[in-house]
Design a protein around this ligand. Structure first.
Ligand code: SF4
Length: 69
C-alpha cells in the first residue's frame, strides 16, 4: 500500500481466502517476507482457534503501536 497500511485496515493484497495476491512477487513488501511466524503470534492447538488467536494478537499489537495511542 503506497502510504503504508493503517491499523485496523486489511491489506489491499489480501484475498478472500486469506492468501496474499502478490506472494512471491517482487512488489511484495520486504517486511512481509521477513516476518517469521512464531508461537506467540500464531498460537497453537492449545489456544483453540488459531486464526482467531492470531487476529486478536495482531489487533492488540496494532492498537498498541497506533500513533497517538
Ligand atoms: S503478505 Fe503482505 S502484501 Fe501480502 S497480504 Fe499480507 S500484508 Fe499484504
Amino acid at each position: 500500500m503506497p502510504n503504508g497500511k493503517p491499523a485496523g485496515v486489511a491489506c489491499i493484497h489480501l484475498l478472500n481466502d486469506f492468501k496474499c495476491a502478490i506472494f512471491n512477487k517482487p512488489e511484495r513488501p520486504n517486511f512481509c517476507g521477513s516476518l517469521k511466524p512464531n508461537l506467540e503470534m500464531c498460537g497453537d492447538e492449545k489456544h483453540g482457534n488459531a486464526r482467531e488467536y492470531a487476529i486478536a494478537w495482531l489487533s492488540n499489537l496494532e492498537h498498541l503501536t497506533k500513533p497517538n495511542h
